[in-house]
Unconditional design. Structure first.
Length: 322
């Protein structure tokens, strides 16, 4: 019998996973909440397969894995898993890169429109008993008049661009690993990061969290942004240095931010960003819909099922092939 350990999950049950894996002779041992480090290490020590959502599967935890044949993450990003440590142990790490592409692209546009059309501010104005425009006229912007800078041109970035074209805005794209011809073929203008930041009325982030992108936006790079620009982040919280963003929001250099992610999460109760009128939030939910969550769980279980059967693994992100 294969032992499948689920380190943590946010779903009501694991019925989807059990339905796929138990007929293959798998025993599922699951922790609903993220266990403390010592308990997490004990939990995965004898696992044949590990599924994780948000638990920190770092080097010390991976070092305890005596039998693991695969680590599969519920999600696109894998920054909670030490890929180098898993590679050193010969353990493949898989993700699910395509389950929520449309949801995140839709959410990006929702946040962008919330900031440019002042949807929440005007709605709250009416709710308070007032009427008329709640903001200065200059705060009501039409996308056709704006330049939007898209940082990261993977699956989600490309879907965001497809949606932006319908709003008639100019679109700049920065992605150092994508050929400029591919950006132009998508109807966009390739740009270096500094040029994009200096020219964009809106900057939207769609890159992964890596050693090269963590704090991509910090004091010096935020200072290069066009004065009064809007920042959208639905990617990873640590792409943006929090103190630098707060300073820029206070000064007005960044006129507004719409954030589905932050560093850290949850946002600390005493963080000034929580009370800023020019910040719009959602709580790391851009990827969610009933369809997306079902597909995520099915794909994670299918990856483990492939490992159980000895089949090629899908979406290996750390270069370990079995």
């Amino acid at each position: 019998m294969s032992r499948v350990v689920v380190t943590d999950y946010t779903f009501d049950s694991l019925d989807v996973e059990r339905g796929i894996l138990e007929p293959l002779g798998c025993e599922i041992i699951a922790s609903k909440k993220i266990p403390p480090h010592e308990e997490l290490a004990r939990l995965v020590a004898d696992a044949d397969h590990v599924i994780t959502q948000f638990a920190p599967v770092k080097a010390a935890v991976i070092a305890t894995m005596r039998r693991a044949r695969v680590i599969v993450r519920y999600g696109v990003g894998v920054d909670n898993v030490d890929l180098d440590a898993a590679r050193a142990r010969g353990i493949p790490v898989c993700n699910v890169p395509d389950y929520c592409t449309d949801e995140v692209a839709d959410h990006t546009l929702a946040l962008l429109l919330a900031t440019t059309r002042q949807v929440l501010v005007n709605g709250n104005h009416v709710r308070s008993g007032a009427w008329g425009l709640a903001v200065p006229l200059a705060a009501m912007k039409a996308l056709r008049d704006l330049t939007v800078g898209v940082v990261g041109f993977g699956r989600i970035g490309r879907e965001v661009v497809r949606r932006l074209h319908g709003f008639k805005c100019r679109v700049l794209v920065h992605d150092p690993v994508v050929p400029e011809a591919a950006v132009r073929d998508a109807g966009c203008e390739p740009a270096g990061l500094n040029d994009l930041l200096g020219s964009s009325d809106v900057v939207t982030l769609h890159c992964p969290s890596t050693a090269q992108t963590r704090h991509l936006l910090r004091g010096d790079t935020i200072a290069r942004m066009k004065p009064g620009a809007i920042l959208i982040n639905v990617a990873r919280g640590d792409l943006v240095e929090p103190a630098a963003l707060i300073d820029a929001l206070k000064s007005g250099h960044v006129s507004a931010a719409a954030l589905d992610v932050f560093d850290p999460e949850p946002i600390p109760a005493d963080s000034p960003v929580r009370t800023m009128d020019n910040v719009f939030f959602s709580s790391h939910v851009a990827s969610t819909s009933a369809r997306a969550v079902r597909e995520l769980r099915r794909a994670v279980a299918a990856a483990v099922a492939a490992a159980v059967r000895g089949e090629p693994l899908p979406h290996v992100v750390n270069g370990v092939m079995r």
